[in-house]
Design a protein around this ligand. Structure first.
Ligand code: SIN
Length: 332
């Protein structure tokens, strides 16, 4: 009989590793407390899917994610993905910032084997915990040949998402994760793993994991904003700003003035949209004066920030070359 595929689980914490004294509560619990060995023991069915081994890389609530943990995670993914008999890697993560970590890994990892993030909306002690099935499904996807060459994937609630597209869109529902604009890549139902399409724009060469991370922040455009935040950030030496702009990337005139000064001071400025879906026009349809600011295409502000961080870390000169930076956002 042929051996089961070998799948490595890298555990980082989150609600999937959360615990509560009250199993009837799905909202009051402590995230990132249960060790990965306990999570695996709760899913005996894993033994018939893969030879699973696990590494506790961290134990954090993902709201507290830091660049050093991203770097460690990237190093562990790189290490395991070239071990001769590893078929795939699963990363357990908190849901709150999963979309940022998934984007970081998508942009930095070559993924010679499938890399699949999973999580849970309910703690492991909940009456109806979603973590065990999500973990089993993630291992099924990581071990499946059709998952190869699809970039970094995210598996929750029986759906398979592309890292670039997936966002958390609900505070508490088990179907909190959606993919914009085209929906998930596929689904898992018991042994059936069906990937119906390839991710959009997954052909970009991996960017290096930074040794030094530039300061890149997110600001928003809304009714009567002040310029105080932009001016303070530029004064503090920020290298890049992502704007959660209104509608189709429109920015309040007060902010436009402050951001033009920021560009003149050598800061990269990228317009994303706060709407949650859609493409930010190049140049802006309503306010052509914003054309000096790069469009994030269809990346939300958090994903756009990840790309800007990595791009500026690799090439600080991009801050004063909006055309090249625009090319990167258009092709990422
Ligand atoms: C976290 O993001 O670590 C806590 C929340 C969650 O996983 O749902």
């Amino acid at each position: 009989m042929s051996q089961l595929p070998r799948v490595v689980i890298l555990a980082t914490g989150g609600t999937i590793a959360g615990a509560s004294a009250n199993p009837a509560s799905s909202a009051r619990y402590q995230a990132a407390t249960v060790p990965v060995t306990t999570l695996l023991a709760a899913v005996p069915a894993l033994q018939s899917v893969a030879r699973v081994e696990a590494e506790q890389v961290a134990q954090v609530d993902s709201k507290d994610m830091v660049f050093s943990l991203w770097s460690t995670l990237a190093a562990r993914v790189q290490y395991w993905s070239v071990q001769p008999d590893v078929a795939g890697i699963v990363i357990t993560h908190g849901t709150d910032t999963l979309e940022e970590t998934a984007m970081f890994l998508q942009l930095t990892q070559a993924c010679p084997v499938p890399v699949v993030l999973t999580a849970a909306m309910r703690p492991s002690t909940s009456l109806s915990a979603d973590g065990p099935l999500n973990l089993l499904d993630a291992v099924r996807v990581a071990a499946h040949p059709d998952a190869c060459g699809k970039g970094v994937l995210v598996v929750l609630n029986q759906q398979i998402h592309a890292a670039r597209d997936v966002v958390k869109a609900h505070t508490s529902a088990v179907d909190a994760f959606v993919s914009v604009p085209c929906g998930p890549l596929g689904f898992v139902q018991d042994e059936l793993v069906r990937i119906a399409r390839a991710p959009v724009r997954s052909g970009m060469a991996p960017l290096p994991v930074p040794q030094h991370w530039p300061d890149v922040e997110i600001i928003a455009s809304y009714a009567q904003p002040g310029r105080i935040v932009v001016d303070a950030l530029v004064g503090a030496g920020v290298r890049g700003l992502v704007i959660a702009a209104a509608g189709n990337g429109s920015v309040h005139e007060t902010l436009v003035a402050a951001l033009r000064d920021a560009v003149a001071a050598g800061v990269a400025v990228v317009r994303s949209s706060r709407t949650g879906a859609g493409h930010v026009a190049i140049p802006p349809v309503v306010d052509p004066v914003c054309g000096t600011f790069v469009s994030a295409a269809d990346l939300n502000p958090y994903k756009a920030r990840v790309l800007l961080l990595l791009a500026l870390a690799q090439d600080p000169g991009l801050a004063s070359d909006p055309e090249r930076l625009q090319g990167l956002f258009a092709s990422s």
